[in-house]
Design a protein around this ligand. Structure first.
Ligand code: BDR
Ligand code: CA
Length: 309
């Protein structure tokens, strides 16, 4: 089984990514590191522990808290989307049983990757702060990771925080810059261009059935679906983070192109914008695989099968 570390800022879609990763049966989850982002580090960590309780795998997968703030910038929570608690109100009144492990997320990444060179896939679904800190601590890390798949950025369409910036990039663009230029041989950007095309709707939720996971998904996505409806006239919500997990599971779900991508860090208007050099105007070597198209039906076939397993 593929060894995986997930790095999450557990909001609604991170939680669905964790559930997909755990229920796929195809990953050996080495650990989950948490990061400040959608909610505070403490909430992201608690939400992650609640999801492991739901999955009944608490204690089997260490949850290791990482960075409590971006490298240089103030925190910028996303309560608009994920609610005050980060899980859209689901599991609000449950008592958490799983406790976080000791240690610091970036150190956990470095130690585990170096202990199992070439074995570990990193799936990042929050701001890239933990991975930037790991790379700074150990620059040779890049040669020992199997691959990195991250949800972040947008290369052809508009942003979701500012007109040009996607949330994970906007929150910590300096961290994204460190990661983009670190020299990872296999780095894959799963951005809004594809994640916005993967829309969970009420039919999908019904298909999950009346099970603890089905009920959880229904509850946690209710407000999310409503907000999307108010903006777009359709009751659905984008599976940003689960798609990053799914791309790590099955690369054939997406069409990718190797391209050079950088991120803006010095503009009042465009900080966090991912700039993709489609025509090689900058003459730089490609530094990542960029997802440009997705088979959303194949995604949902896999997602629903895994969650019902
Ligand atoms: C990303 O932003 C966060 O709010 C989501 O969890 C996802 O990782 C989408 O832009
Ligand atoms: Ca996230």
């Amino acid at each position: 089984m593929r060894k995986v570390i997930l790095d999450v800022d557990t909001g609604i879609d991170d939680a669905l990514g964790i559930i997909l990763a755990a229920k796929s049966g195809e990953f050996d989850l080495v650990g989950i590191t948490t990061v400040n982002g959608n909610v505070s580090l403490a909430k992201a960590t608690e939400n992650t522990c609640k999801i492991l309780d739901l999955l009944q795998i608490g204690g089997q997968v260490p949850v290791v808290p990482g960075a409590s703030q971006p490298l240089l910038r103030p925190m910028f929570f996303e309560h608009r989307v994920h609610g005050e608690d980060g899980l859209g109100g689901a599991l609000r009144d449950t008592t958490v049983v799983t406790q976080p492990a000791k240690g610091f997320g970036p150190d956990f990444i470095v130690e585990n990757v170096l202990a199992q060179p070439g074995q570990i896939t990193l799936i990042m679904t929050g701001p890239l702060t933990n991975l930037a800190l790991a790379v700074r601590k150990c620059p040779q890390l890049v040669h020992h990771v199997k691959e990195v798949v991250f949800m972040g950025g947008v290369v052809r369409e508009h942003g979701n925080v500012t007109p040009t910036a996607e949330y994970n990039m906007f929150v910590d663009p300096e961290a994204a810059k460190v990661v983009f230029h670190a020299g990872f041989p296999e780095l894959t950007l799963v951005g809004l261009d594809v994640t916005r095309k993967v829309l969970l709707n009420e039919d999908h939720i019904r298909e999950l059935g009346d099970t603890p996971i089905g009920r959880y998904v229904k509850q946690s996505t209710a407000d999310y679906l409503q907000r999307y409806f108010e903006r777009n006239g359709v009751r659905a919500c984008a599976m940003h983070d689960p798609l990053a997990v799914a791309v790590a599971l099955d690369r054939d779900l997406v069409t990718t192109q190797k391209l050079y991508v950088d991120v803006e860090t010095r503009s009042d208007l465009c900080d966090g914008q991912t700039v993709c050099d489609f025509q090689n105007r900058l003459g730089m070597e490609p530094n990542m695989n960029v997802c440009l198209a997705v088979d959303d039906e194949a995604f949902f076939e896999r997602f629903i099968r895994a969650l019902k397993a």
